[in-house]
Design a protein. Sequence first.
Length: 187
Amino acid sequence: MNTATGNLEDDHVHILRLIDVMEFITLNKISDVNHLEIIVDIIRNFADGLHHAKEENLFFPFLATKGFSPQEGPVAIMLNEHVQGRNFVKGISDNIILYKNGNKSASVEIYRNMNGYSDLLRNHIAKENNILFRMADNVLSESEHNQLLYRFGEFEKVHYSSSGPKDYIKMIENLVTFYEIQDQASQ
Ligand SMILES: [Fe+2]
Ligand SMILES: [Fe+2]
């Protein structure tokens, strides 16, 4: 059956592919500003603007009705990590601007924040997939999963009508292809 947690896990697959690209760029100190700006766009409008928004606006509030407090415990930790992620993205974005204005040493801060984001999100996604979402599956009925899936779908429609219909998944795959990133799951 299609589940709300499965929907969020599908997003994670794409976000992890983006993180593969970010790790490759950081490791090889690639300073293609166009690609760095595309990555910030994908994080802001897909990983955060869509995926984290579905979690924060729809999924976690529903879990709160099942006794998962947003103030403490696993949901609170997830919310806090979303904030930490935004700080790293701001660090990437601010330093891209400095770099474009001629401050070449800003690249060090771009890579530092990209690394921080990658480590944080890899860990965050593992905790959601392995712990929080499994706890959620234990308390959500099939009809509750379906309700959430419906709301996710409505949210996506509104999101893409305001941010412009970009195919973020295709944008991630284009970067993966460009940098010839291997599929880590198949290694
Ligand atoms: Fe999350
Ligand atoms: Fe997530």
